[in-house]
Design a binder for this molecule. Structure first.
Ligand code: FAD
Ligand code: NAP
Length: 338
């Protein structure tokens, strides 16, 4: 176990914010993690669990220990005629797991291609995109409680998944470290491509049926064209969640803004694309010194170079105020702020 002191986290977060951690350690297996959590000198230290840093905004130096989870390995652990259980280490790059499954024609995960980050962080916000969510293919996960170093397994219900949310983002935030995730994939894939842009792109190929590879390739292409390239512009994807409001409120807003898009949720609320609200407030493509709102997707706040966390938070705050003023809707952050 190798500790680094006063470590810069600039290359450990996709916003590229240059803060420092008092201590930093990278963990490659469960035993190593248990040993670390049992060290008496670290018992009272604040602990931050880090994957790829693609859903984090650092606003200050971290006065504690950053535990970077790099547990590797992808393995098929069970299969029958219909399904296949795939177990992956929390440190596996999420997209590598998607490519592994698509290559084996195991369905259910293909719409989640090109999402940055690690397998261990995927359940934390129940990652989702293009009409699919992790919970639809989730079987169970394993991990370790930070306080008493006890192992635990969580099934789907115990994870309390909801829209970009789970027990790990709430009650168990900074209390439980996910070490392995097991997914239940479909050996007879049924691609889902109702999502407008995906269907339109696929139809251009004039095929009668689409494989999961067709779907994942199409989504990867759409994402490449629409999202900023992480290698050149710092960002953490969607900064805010899409708000879900009551139908009555939606109809009221619609009187003044007839073009407002809305999607009815299973709980009879209406989900409004936050990017649309932000764009309507005039933010799309705007730049203030080192920070800005992405020109192709207003939900993405970008760091053009040397911004710090406060610069990004100030812009986010201004955006929130204008959305409240114009639409009476309060946006909530999707990104984890530290
Ligand atoms: P981190 O940013 O490192 O961590 C996120 C949170 O999870 C932190 O609170 C951290 O403490 C906790 N955490 C990390 N690992 C563990 C672990 N092993 N155990 C317990 N807690 C842990 N998200 C979507 O849902 N859909 C998208 O389509 C999507 N697109 C994106 C596009 C871009 C360009 C970017 C930059 C981000 C996007 N995201 C998207 C957000 C992000 O990629 C996901 O939330 C991803 O799962 C974060 O993984 P990570 O390893 O980088 O997590
Ligand atoms: P988009 O196609 O411009 O659509 C805007 C929003 O409207 C989406 O966020 C989506 O909500 C909602 N939406 C659109 N069509 C829908 C449908 N048929 N049914 C239900 N909801 C619909 O979105 P985008 O920004 O390019 O992103 C495309 C997908 O990738 C979305 O699912 C988005 O969540 C995901 N993505 C997420 C992040 C992130 O950081 N979280 C970053 C980039 C992309 P949903 O978000 O609920 O799907």
């Amino acid at each position: 176990m190798k500790f680094q002191k006063n470590k810069s986290l600039k290359h450990n977060n996709t916003f590229g914010i240059d803060v420092r951690a008092d201590k930093y350690v990278e963990i490659y297996d469960e035993e190593e993690l248990k040993n670390l959590l049992s060290l008496s000198e670290l018992l009272d230290e604040p602990k931050l669990i880090l994957g790829g840093g693609s859903n984090i905004l650092f606003t200050q130096d971290y006065n504690g220990i950053v535990i970077k989870i790099s547990i590797p390995g992808i393995k098929v652990i069970f299969e029958d005629e219909k399904t296949c259980l795939v177990k992956a280490g929390a440190g596996v790059i999420w997209n590598d797991l998607v490519l592994f499954a698509v290559e084996k024609n195991l369905g259910g995960i293909e719409n989640l291609i090109s999402i940055p980050g690690t397998v261990g962080a995927a359940p934390v916000q129940n990652i989702g995109a293009y009409g699919e969510e992790l919970q639809n293919i989730f079987h169970s996960l394993k991990g370790i409680f930070i306080d008493d170093v006890k192992e635990a397994v969580f099934d789907k219900e115990e994870c309390k998944f909801s829209y970009r949310d789970s027990i790990f983002k709430r009650e168990l935030r900074e209390k439980f470290i996910i070490t392995y995730v097991i997914l239940q994939l479909n050996k007879n894939p049924q691609p889902v491509f109702n999502y407008g842009t995906v269907r339109t792109e696929l139809e251009k190929s004039h095929k009668e049926n689409y494989s999961i590879k067709d779907v994942s390739d199409t989504i990867a292409k759409i994402r490449d064209e629409k999202l900023p390239d992480l290698k050149s512009i710092g960002n953490a994807g969607s900064f805010f969640k899409n708000p879900e409001i009551d139908k009555d409120q939606f109809l009221e807003i619609k009187k003044e803004h007839p073009d407002i898009p809305g999607f009815t949720t299973p709980h009879d609320k209406v989900k409004i694309p936050a990017g649309w609200l932000i764009e309507k407030c005039g933010w799309k493509g705007k730049r203030i010194n080192n920070v800005g709102v992405h020109e192709k997707q207003a939900l993405v706040i970008v760091n053009y170079g040397n911004a710090n966390g406060s610069d990004i938070l100030s812009l986010a705050c201004e955006i929130k105020i204008s959305v409240i003023k114009i639409f009476g809707i309060e946006l909530t952050e999707e990104v984890n702020i530290y």
